[in-house]
Design a protein around this ligand. Structure first.
Ligand code: ACO
Length: 333
């Protein structure tokens, strides 16, 4: 892929999503751990989540979401030039999940790699792909958020297992048509001083899983929920405000806010702070729980296909996750 000096406007040409068939309800969880539908609903807003089959991997869900996005964009996989998969639950530590996706799609021309930015990953991927197309590095890109979190959850830990679910979302990016939709502004941020608030401590080079520590569930998600909650609200507020402002928009110009789907109380607190009315905020976490990098991607596709916004409308996506990481995008559709 060759570079050119041009700065082209970039648009989203298609979206797609996929969630596994199996539904795990709050009532199901009541049987597994000491919890209640009432606790989960009032603390998080989550009612159920989807769980991938044992032989259904992150890449399989990603491919299903990709096919829908490519179809909507009218793009043949063989014409794809770039695939970025945002995930914290890859098929394998190496190679990248994007390589499996590339092969399954038959996207032989595409350069494919993963990024790890937890729940902010899809919007990190959007910024990266937008910059690469805009700078002339490639003509189009498929970006994905895809997670099989059920494989990394401690199903005996009630403080985390009720929160997460599996799924994938995709978007195809390409050069914008004159006068058409366009990604107006993106924002990404990281605070690496708080890595211990939310992590999977084992399974990496710092703490390989061995015979001695295998029973400690070190390759499952650990979280200091309350601290993450506070950080999520301020970081998402500031990030969303920055893209709204840099796009020359006011909150009343936003047709739909698509926030990361972790907790309804976080969404309500963020929405209030950026002064967007509740009826212009998309929420689907009651159906899927927190699907990390997939959450914004699935929500973008669902809201798009439900006609919640259309050509000329302005939307804002905003996410926050482990790292700590945060990201936003303001888009004219
Ligand atoms: N059922 C019943 N009781 C529970 C459960 C449960 N499932 N889980 C925890 N409790 C108990 C706790 O033990 C605690 O009991 P105690 O007071 O006797 O000690 C009590 O409920 C309150 O626990 P808190 O952790 O203070 O509950 P909180 O109101 O903070 O809600 C939650 C917890 C939902 C996790 C919230 O903190 C949250 O949403 N945090 C942010 C999550 C997030 O945004 N993550 C970022 C993205 S994820 C990623 O990047 C992968």
């Amino acid at each position: 892929m060759s570079e050119s000096a041009s700065q082209l406007p970039v648009a989203i040409a298609g979206t797609g999503s996929y969630v596994p068939e199996r539904v795990l309800t709050n009532s199901d969880l009541e049987i597994m751990v000491e919890t209640s539908d009432e606790w989960i609903t009032t603390r998080t807003g989550i009612k159920e989540r989807r769980i991938a089959a044992e032989d259904e991997f992150t890449s399989h869900m990603a491919v299903k979401a990709s096919r829908k996005a490519l179809e909507q964009a009218g793009l043949d996989p063989s014409d794809l030039e770039l695939i970025i998969v945002a995930t914290i639950t890859p098929n394998t530590l190496t190679p990248a999940t994007a390589c499996y996706v590339q092969h399954d799609l038959g996207a032989h021309k595409a350069v494919a790699f993963d990024i790890s930015a937890a729940c902010s990953g899809f919007l990190y991927a959007m910024k990266l792909a937008e910059r690469m197309i805009s700078g002339g590095t490639c003509k189009n890109a498929l970006i994905l958020g895809a997670e099989k979190l059920s494989a990394f959850v401690n199903w005996d830990d009630r403080s985390t297992c009720v929160l997460f679910g599996d799924g994938a979302g995709a978007a195809v990016l390409k050069e914008a048509e004159p006068g058409g939709g366009q990604i107006l502004a993106t924002d990404t941020g990281t605070d690496g001083s708080q890595t211990d608030l939310l992590n999977i401590p084992g399974g990496g080079s710092a703490c390989p899983i061995t015979l001695e520590n295998a029973d400690q569930r070190l390759s499952t998600l650990a979280m200091v929920g309350t601290d993450v909650f506070k950080q999520a609200v301020t970081r998402m507020r500031d990030s969303a405000n920055s893209v709204i402002e840099r796009s020359g928009l006011r909150p009343e110009d936003i047709k739909l806010l698509i926030p990361h789907q972790a907790n309804l109380r976080i969404i309500e607190a963020v929405t209030k702070r950026i002064e967007i009315p509740e009826d212009r905020v998309f929420v689907n976490l009651h159906k899927y729980g927190n699907t990390s990098a997939a959450a914004c991607a699935i929500a973008l596709d669902e809201s798009h296909r439900a006609g919640k916004f259309g050509p000329g409308d302005h939307i804002v996506l905003v996410a926050f996750g482990a790292g700590l990481t945060w990201a936003s995008a303001a888009i004219r559709w």
